[in-house]
Design a protein around this ligand. Structure first.
Ligand SMILES: [Ca+2]
Ligand SMILES: [Ca+2]
Ligand SMILES: [Ca+2]
Length: 222
């Protein structure tokens, strides 16, 4: 019976998904396209909006957004930055180091272009003083603003599936007084391509044949 148990164990192993591995694909050392020519955009959404006026003169709100605030982007953002067209904007010529702090009261934008060799799930951790709006490939993920302080555990967001290939993580950082600050860490966990794989199924079939053979031998012995 012990040999049957061992064989069953092998069958289970053959059916397990491929091993997954987590990789940090973006952190504060990652280069990105950087736009520090946006200025203070508080007037874009008026009093009571996501972007309060300078030096907390319109308050210091805590806001979480699940839907795109659809800000009317200015010329400094370029023709269509969320679609990768930076024509006419105040973007860096290429990827540069992203400073953790920027001019108080102003807004800055970042684009991290990255490639996934395999389909993956993403985990995004971000902290900011004061606010952040986040898109992936032009699709809004989340936004948040709060009184001062930037901690890596402040906000997090999970994406269950992102296909292999090129992607752009697009971030607008906001500030409305005191200090500015930013910390980010994005993990990718590659996903098994198919479960079970044809090779795994073949192993399983062979194992079952083997089990039948062992059973016959045992019954003859008995
Ligand atoms: Ca501002
Ligand atoms: Ca904060
Ligand atoms: Ca601030």
């Amino acid at each position: 019976m012990k040999s049957i148990k061992n064989l069953l164990g092998l069958c289970v192993l053959a059916l397990l998904p491929l091993q997954v591995s987590a990789t940090i694909i973006i952190d504060n050392t990652t280069l990105g396209l950087y736009n520090n020519g946006l200025g203070d955009l508080a007037a874009l959404d008026g009093p009571g909006g996501f972007l309060p006026a300078a030096n907390v003169s319109e308050g210091d709100p805590t806001i979480y957004l699940n839907t795109d605030p659809l800000l009317p982007f200015t010329a400094a953002f370029g023709a269509d930055w969320l679609a990768g067209d930076y024509t006419g904007g105040t973007w860096s010529a290429g990827p540069v180091a992203i400073p953790a702090g920027w001019a108080i009261n102003s807004e800055t934008a970042i684009v991290y272009n990255f490639n996934l060799a395999l389909a993956s799930s993403l985990h995004i951790d971000v902290g900011v003083d004061n606010g952040v709006l986040v898109w992936l490939n032009g699709n809004f993920l989340f936004g948040a603003t709060a009184p001062g302080g930037a901690n890596i555990n402040e906000y997090d967001f999970d994406l269950a599936f992102l296909g292999a290939g090129n992607h752009a993580l697009q971030i607008l950082r906001t500030d409305h007084g005191g200090a500015s600050g930013y910390v980010i860490s994005v993990d990718a966990v590659s996903l098994p391509t198919s479960v079970p794989e044809p090779a795994g199924l073949m192993l399983f079939a062979i194992s079952l044949l083997g089990l039948g053979f062992v059973r016959k031998l045992n019954s003859k012995r008995a």
